[in-house]
Design a protein around this ligand. Sequence first.
Ligand SMILES: [Zn+2]
Length: 298
Amino acid sequence: MIEWIDMFSTEEACLEYLGMLRWPDGYICIRCGENGAWKMKSGLYRCHSCRYESSVISGTLFQDTHKPLRLWFEAMWYVVNQKNGVSALGLQKALGLGSYHTAWEWLHKLRRAMVRPSRDRLKGFVEMDETFIGGERSGKRGRGAEGKTLVLIAAEETSVGIGRIRLAPIVDASGESLKEATLQMVEPGSTLRTDGWDGYNILPNYGYIHLPTSHKNAESGDTTPLSHLVASLLKRWLIGTHQGAISHENLKYYLDEFTFRFNRRTSRSRGKLFYRLVQQALQVDPVPAKSLTTTYSR
Ligand SMILES: [Zn+2]
């Protein structure tokens, strides 16, 4: 912690770190594509070839921020250090922010950076199932339900249990919806174990090996135990950390945060997690405040 504070005690140090992560092989001009630049003050770089000036934060998640980067760095450090995630109120208190809305907005922006724009798909042996999130009444499979979001879960099976996961909201459990989401989440050629729901039958047409297991043949009667475990952990997390107060429109990003944390649950190095989050914040497009759905309950 002290080491971390020493490292990022000034704006210049934060800007330096961002520059290193954004251009690991040296500056590249966004206008002419040439290498090399003069470092100006406040994170500005001037291209050796065309003299174009650009900032290390332009075109990233930090673009147009009015707050010090040190505060952003503190926010990211806090986010990766809370094992179960953080609420906007928690972040507001930890950073001493005057506004709840700023904390809320920052968390939403950081969630956008929790998924790498070109992330790898799962592969090997993958278990799939859907679960309903939110709403009061139980939903009908295949059709969706009022106030609920259907989420597709994909979980890699490894020798020690669950490997990596992917989560995606889907409109229904029809073959077409399942196919679209599966292509995003799992490498063709992988073996998919499901409970044998009809919708999954389409998947062998797209290069997957489908292994439907019927309930009565499964050990302990559970055909997809890994997905069920992920579903229950996800629900507990949504209620525990976020009091379940998540709008339909924003759920996708909470799923990204859960995935980010889950897939790195065994990583002991918080520094590495921080590095990853900052790196990805530089890779995602800016998120204008106006684009965030600001319906929240406290
Ligand atoms: Zn240039």
